[in-house]
Design a protein around this ligand. Sequence first.
Ligand code: 8YV
Length: 331
Amino acid sequence: MSESSKKKPIVVVTRKLPDAVETRMMELFDTRLNHDDTPMTQAELVEAVKIADVLVPTVTDKIDLGVLSQANPNLKLIASFGTGVDHIDLDTARQRGITVTNTPGVLTEDTADMTMALIMAVPRRLTEGERLMRSGDWEGWSPTGMLGHRIWGKRLGIVGMGRIGQAVARRAKAFGLSIHYHNRNRVNSDVEGELEATYWQSLDQMLARMDIISINCPHTPGTFHLLNARRLKLMQKHSYIVNTSRGEVVDENALTRMLMNGDLAGAGLDVFEKEPAVNPKLLKLDNVILLPHMGSATIEGRIDMGSKVIINIKTFVDGHTPPDRVLAAML
Ligand code: 8YV
């Protein structure tokens, strides 16, 4: 069969992607789009895997055993639109011979920007100030009005020193923060040297000494509630926590209790344990900035993610190993 007469693979895309990405997918594959962007139910995901050769899910789709066990035998690739793969049951996928790919690298800088924005915004009370302006209650400058805490000279502890953690560290260093980190493995000495970073093998020890903690590790079975109630209690009362990774890494209820009791100074949260649900008590706290999982939300980033998805699918259907293959052992 000639290349052009080969049957195009059926690619089911679960959410609306940027037009440029969708158009290219339509050209290359037998692509089924979700024009109105309504998140799929588990039943709809089951219907999708019954017809798909390739599934393109996002973080909002739970690709679990229930879904994978109904997949048609032609489903050979899950080309996820995003870097985190905690929404996919990787073991079941592997057992069923389904390759999984993601989109690493292209959202590093955007996510690091958002992390830095929160590291600045929480201690400097940015959104509180903005709310005051909009309320019409601002009575003008005063020497003790809206006092926050200085960023420069503070200690930042990064939990997870992968691509995003390192990109956060580069920014934070320029803002005069001293860089500390905890990671499964120590990063190479050139990187440590460039960042003037201090490695803590013990997360507990690091937590107890930092002014700001930034969560930048993936959510895996090993990092679920890594910051549990016990560890959160190790943090100093004046310290802040920022999470742009996954809500599941931090015990959200324990964190909320500590923020309510004044056992922590504040938090900047872009991710939540049960998205889109948020612990309602968090909404009432002034010392917390809440964002709707928008760490990587730039049009440039989304188009780059789409390009990666396309390259992964194209390479795979052409019979090669896709560049961003995820192996459970990598996590
Ligand atoms: C993405 C993310 O927007 O890529 C990730 O892991 O958390 C987000 O920045 C989302 O996952 C897309 O599926």
